[in-house]
Design a protein around this ligand. Structure first.
Ligand SMILES: [Zn+2]
Length: 106
């Protein structure tokens, strides 16, 4: 179990470092959509809920078998170290982008 945890730390560190954490910022409202590009594709993440659209989160975290997934961890690290990629959009594109992301992650 300890080795699994270490592996996840490493995975999260790597995701945070290589720009896999993305902020989609919508202006002028400053609404944010965060995604993390993992091995299974792009995941929609929200550290306020917290929520991640990956399988691990759905099966383990939501059933209280685990506290978080590598994507949420990566999001936390990338925010702290300022190593995320930032994409600016106009508010008018919000639902279009959200729909595109949700389609990809579901
Ligand atoms: Zn996840």
């Amino acid at each position: 179990l300890v080795s699994v945890r270490i592996k996840r730390e490493e995975k999260a560190e790597k995701l945070a470092r290589d720009g896999s954490v993305k902020l989609h910022l919508f202006l002028p409202s400053k609404r944010e959509i965060w995604t993390v590009l993992g091995v299974e594709g792009e995941h929609y993440v929200d550290d306020k809920e917290p929520f991640c659209s990956c399988k691990h989160f759905h099966f383990k975290v939501m059933s209280n078998l685990d506290k978080m997934c590598s994507h949420l961890k990566a999001l936390k690290i990338a925010k702290a170290k300022n190593t995320y990629s930032k994409y600016i959009f106009h508010d008018g594109e919000y639902y279009y982008i959200l729909r595109a992301l949700l389609k990809e992650t579901c």
